[in-house]
Design a protein around this ligand. Sequence first.
Ligand SMILES: [Zn+2]
Ligand SMILES: [Zn+2]
Length: 306
Amino acid sequence: MDNDIKNAVNYIKSQISGMSSDDRTEHHNSQKISYDKEYKLFSESYDKGVCYLCNKSFLTISKNNPCLHWLLRRCKFKKKHFKSLYEKYDYYELSAFLHWVSAKEKGSKNINNLKEEMSERKKFEITIKWKNIEWTLDCSHNDFIGHGGSQTDFPHWHFQMRIDGKQFINFNDFHIPLSKDDQLKIMLSEDKESGFCHSFGYGGFGMQETMDALKDNFDIMNEHLLAGDAENGTVHMQSIITTTDGSKIDAEVINDARAMSQKTDKTMRYCLDKILKDNKNISRTTIASPSEHVPDIAKRTERKRR
Ligand SMILES: [Zn+2]
Ligand SMILES: [Zn+2]
């Protein structure tokens, strides 16, 4: 590992721990303002089919100005052009763009960044879908160190791109260098004491952020989730109702809740809460899990080192 990066990690850790809570709030607020501004520009341009980075239509490609919108493949982007993209944009920049376009279309449900589905051998392993395209971003601990062989002996990551389910870029086609800034962010995120937490913001929430939010603020999320989201979309919610005094639950209650859910598009859990709110003899448990519509993480098989 580069000594520069180690020093930078320590420097940032000391900066963070030295900040007063006022400093933190101020830092957070100024970051939020620039984030909001950038996201708004992205979102408004996106709605017009225009890329906010280069200000050109998604349908265009100009070889002397490589741009991340090529990855949407609305232009004549070819595999051989990919190198010019990662030479210009680092991992976090590229990843942020893919998170944003995917979330813009379908919310978090097409971004599988679930930690429990990620292999322990990985620094990151994320599959993102957007329309007919699927990208997987993958970096093992070995890649991060730089695995053997003179061609690959530097910190890097791997990328797979499928169009209509067919391979377009394979994991082994490129060993994409991690920038110093990438390495710094990865190391800081792994360091539990650093106080550093990386996210692509509300514009790029994946399933992990959604499940975390659901765990932390179940009641708030329950108010806002739509039945369509809960049952076919992002999260699968299963409600279990039991009585605490052994009495039977009136089937009518369930039917009423179902009718209310259909009418209002609120989740079953939300409707049951409303209907049963005065009934003290009932206990409700909800199990929330990522929906089966969330894409699987496309797994890369690593060659064994000799
Ligand atoms: Zn562009
Ligand atoms: Zn590798």
